[in-house]
Design a binder for this molecule. Structure first.
Ligand code: ATP
Ligand code: MG
Length: 139
């Protein structure tokens, strides 16, 4: 059975463009409940750790630089089938391939500056949520 929590970040491009409120509105209207939320800025070191799985990819250095370039909003979200449904709501990694009406189609600037993060598995949702939030920071 699939889990009911996922983890998201509103990335620096979307925060800087003033789209955080509009994105959170779409997330809540799609039936996700906020169970933890934090406005923060990652150091290059912390961004590097978060994206460690992509260390060997050619875009890793740029990704770390971009993700530490400005404030982000991190959040844990709750809904039935959270991971899969949230990936549907945000759309494909590259906004050029994302379906109409998805968050990335509407707000992403490029394949790198793609507005939001969404966990890709229940296991990673738990790992990523714990990366940012302690037990006392969740409802
Ligand atoms: P995320 O993990 O942020 O939700 P994703 O799962 O859709 O995105 P991943 O393959 O995990 O995509 O890539 C992580 C992030 O790395 C992407 O969201 C994007 O910001 C960046 N990225 C991915 N592919 C490229 C690429 N070809 N060129 C530049 N940046 C990329
Ligand atoms: Mg991913």
């Amino acid at each position: 059975m699939s889990g009911n929590r996922t983890f998201t970040m509103i990335k620096p491009d979307a925060y800087a463009a003033g789209n955080s409120g509009a994105i959170l509105k779409m997330i809540e209207e799609a039936g996700f409940k906020l169970v933890a939320m934090k406005l923060t800025q990652l150091s290059a070191d912390t961004a590097g750790k978060f994206y460690e799985v992509h260390k060997e990819r050619p875009f890793y250095g740029d990704l770390v630089k971009y993700m530490s370039s400005g404030p982000i909003i991190a959040a844990i979200l709750e809904k039935d089938n959270a991971v899969v449904d949230f990936r549907k709501l945000i759309g494909a990694t590259n906004p050029a391939d994302a379906e109409e009406g998805t968050i990335r189609k509407i707000f992403a600037k490029s394949i790198e500056a793609n507005a939001v993060h969404g966990s890709d598995s229940d296991e990673n949702a738990a790992i990523e949520g714990s990366f940012y939030f302690s037990e006392t920071e969740r409802v």
